[in-house]
Design a protein around this ligand. Structure first.
Ligand SMILES: CCCCC/C=C/C(=O)SCCNC(=O)CCNC(=O)[C@H](O)C(C)(C)COP(=O)(O)OP(=O)(O)OC[C@H]1O[C@@H](n2cnc3c(N)ncnc32)[C@H](O)[C@@H]1OP(=O)(O)O
Length: 390
């Protein structure tokens, strides 16, 4: 049964956990399904034309196991074995439900999925993670001497997918040689960015987890290197809350302007992870080790005013005038002689470059190990199953 479900619909962890709980339409009658009813239900299931969704498939799996074998009696699969762990959890959740009741519930559930009731299924399709054809998750524009790189995934709080990291690396390389004087990062919508898209690590088959972590570490290192090596003044226009890697990277920016509705949050310990973006080096230098530790170890979220007082933010503006004031100022700065801007930046940053590359390499290696840890797996499971919010 388990094999059949997996073969026909092959649920990934993400698919399994993202589906909302469906109405199961359980029979409340005292009626007991016979062996024959149970067998018919199994055959009826094979004829379904529409995928009932992973929540339902997990429920069916659990009821089948309970009806045929009784309470869950197998060892708990490892945290890394996402799919079998989800199945085990579903079966185990049935506790000591009698076999007969499980059989009846199974029959009722299959019956509720028959073609006549398929149209009333409340299962939603999984949200698309990757860029859709025609959509632009990163928008790059060049005007008035400014290259603007904008996170443009507002419905996901501008969370950064794997393809967005690659697009940003590409955009920075292009901006380093284009005609603009300065390069500016900002976000579309109410968030600057909620950092790494946590589903980058959840939609992964169990046997590819180590390879995925290795590839992510390589990508992270290349991504942060692109900021370390960027030759022109780099400005962040923080229009709203910022989480994770988009905060740590600020230590590599030359100027950071923030709306007073922005916040700065690096919840690495809560996520079972560790700092990246060279923050383990830049933050203690910027704000002192004690203040840096409070953010990077304990995940203290700062207001824009606090971030400014700690030297992470250059200046804070009232939300009502933020866009107007900031862009007026940046347009004026972009008129300054471009070579002079580059040379001054080079003088400020060049002594640190070698150190920053070494820090980046180490942070990326440490994170690769963290992504494989049980602490991190637990945090990701919590996020995708929406059991916790930061
Ligand atoms: C390869 C390089 C790796 C680099 C390592 C980087 C590490 C980091 O950046 S660590 C930081 C990771 N980010 C987070 O932990 C934030 C997670 N998100 C949240 O806690 C919350 O979503 C929120 C506080 C940012 C916003 O909460 P709320 O206002 O309640 O809005 P929703 O949660 O309903 O969000 C709307 C929509 O957006 C999805 N979403 C938001 N952030 C992320 C994210 N980081 N990853 C994936 N998806 C995200 C959220 O799931 C909602 O989606 P739907 O449910 O489909 O509407």
């Amino acid at each position: 049964m388990a094999g059949r479900l997996t073969r026909r619909w092959s649920p990934s962890l993400l698919q399994v956990l993202r589906f909302p709980v469906v109405q199961l339409h359980m029979s409340r009658t005292a009626m007991r399904a016979s062996e024959k009813d149970f067998e018919n239900a199994r055959n009826q299931l094979k004829l379904l034309t529409k995928d009932p969704g992973n929540e339902v498939k997990l429920k069916l799996y659990a009821l089948y196991k309970q009806a045929t074998e009784g309470p869950c009696n197998t060892p708990k699969p490892s945290m890394l074995d996402f799919i079998n762990k989800a199945k085990w959890d579903a079966w185990n959740a049935l506790g000591s439900l009698p076999k007969e009741t499980a059989r009846q519930n199974y029959v009722d559930l299959v019956s509720s999925l028959s073609p006549s009731s398929e149209s009333s299924s409340q299962v939603k399709p999984a949200a698309a993670n990757e860029k859709q054809p025609g959509s632009e998750n990163i928008i790059v524009t060049s005007q008035d001497g400014i290259t603007k790189i904008m996170f443009n995934r507002p419905t996901k709080k501008n969370a950064i997918t794997t393809s967005m990291y690659k697009e940003i690396i590409h955009a920075l390389k292009a901006a380093s040689t284009d005609n603009s004087a300065i390069t500016v990062f900002t976000g579309n919508g109410d968030y600057y960015s909620s950092g790494n898209d946590l589903t980058n690590f959840t939609d992964v088959p169990p046997n590819s987890i180590e390879e995925t972590a290795k590839n992510a570490s390589i990508l992270l290192r290349e991504f942060v290197d692109a900021f370390i090596d960027f030759p022109k003044p780099l400005v962040a226009v923080i229009n709203g809350p910022a989480v994770g890697i988009v905060v740590t990277l600020l230590g590599l920016f030359d100027v950071v302007y923030a709306s007073d509705k922005a916040t700065f949050h690096t919840p690495f310990s809560e996520l079972g992870q560790s700092p990246e973006g060279c923050a383990s080096y830049t933050f203690p230098k910027i704000m002192g080790p004690a203040k840096a530790a409070e953010m990077l170890i304990f995940g203290k979220k700062l207001t824009a005013g606090e971030a400014c007082a700690r030297g992470l933010v250059t200046e804070v503006f009232p939300e009502s005038t933020f866009q107007k004031e900031v862009w007026t100022r940046l347009k004026a700065y972009a008129k300054l002689p471009t070579n002079s801007l580059r040379i001054s930046k080079e003088l400020i940053r060049s002594n640190e470059k070698e150190k920053l590359h070494a820090v980046n390499a180490e942070e990326s290696t440490v994170l690769q190990g963290r992504w494989l840890s049980e602490e991190c797996m637990n945090a990701l499971m919590n996020f995708v199953s929406r059991k916790s919010k930061l």
